[in-house]
Design a protein around this ligand. Sequence first.
Ligand SMILES: C[S@@+](CC[C@H](N)C(=O)[O-])C[C@H]1O[C@@H](n2cnc3c(N)ncnc32)[C@H](O)[C@@H]1O
Length: 269
Amino acid sequence: MYRTLYEDPLLYERLRPTDPNDVQTVLSLLGSHCDRRIESVIDPACGPGGWLIAFAQLGYRVFGNDSSAEMCKVALDRLAGYDCQITQGNMTSLSFAPCSVDAAVEISGVVCELSRSDLVSHMRSISQLLRARGVYILCLQDVDERCLTQLPTRSWYSNIEAGDRIETIEYFIEAFHRRSRSIRMRRDVYSAGHLRARDFYLLRMYDETELKAFRDLIPGLSLVASLTLGQDDALCNLIRETYYVFRKQSSMHEFAQLSLEGNELQSGS
Ligand SMILES: C[S@@+](CC[C@H](N)C(=O)[O-])C[C@H]1O[C@@H](n2cnc3c(N)ncnc32)[C@H](O)[C@@H]1O
């Protein structure tokens, strides 16, 4: 039995494939909130590369990072032939060159598994490698606290047909820590009726006020938009997902250039 679902990259990919609707949502947010030309995109916890492949197929240069060597290997294999770079490391200290990517995307919710101080380090690292006016779109999960009065809650699950067997991923909320606003989750994976993986993790819930306050902690990155999607019936109406858009401010040099152009336009009119 696996200790975590992340130990089997291909099983992960079958159970949690990249949803084309999510890709459309992200592309539309990038279109609305990124006013620089996007040529490159990073997924800082890329897993087996589902999101990277979606972007690579659209012609973007992609950068991926993951703490698991196995995940990095599978992502690299699946991206063969595309313009990509993958590193193994912690998303709190990404090792790509400063100002090297136009956009960053993390949709799987893994950011909610970071402690607050690790999240701040992660955002600082993203801020360093984004180019001016580049954006970071991340999706955070939140639970309606009214549903947490009776724990453990009902579980929710999805089944996937894999050849002649059925694979199932099932989630449970085991505990809610009100002071730290975190929930303890259990995730079970069954293949053909046998338990293949069971892991426990803490999901930290961040609200918009907390994220706005990051402005003071993370130089150059500020929250510019958020989008909460309708709750998904399949998740027993418990989990809410919100996309947050952070933008890197213009560099001083670029800012001066833009003001100059603005003045020229004004004086020319
Ligand atoms: C839920 S998967 C997401 C994969 C991919 N982003 C996707 O949406 O399909 C989470 C991945 O994050 C990786 N991971 C977890 N904690 C990490 C950390 N601190 N730094 C880098 N990767 C991490 C795991 O190894 C796993 O592959």
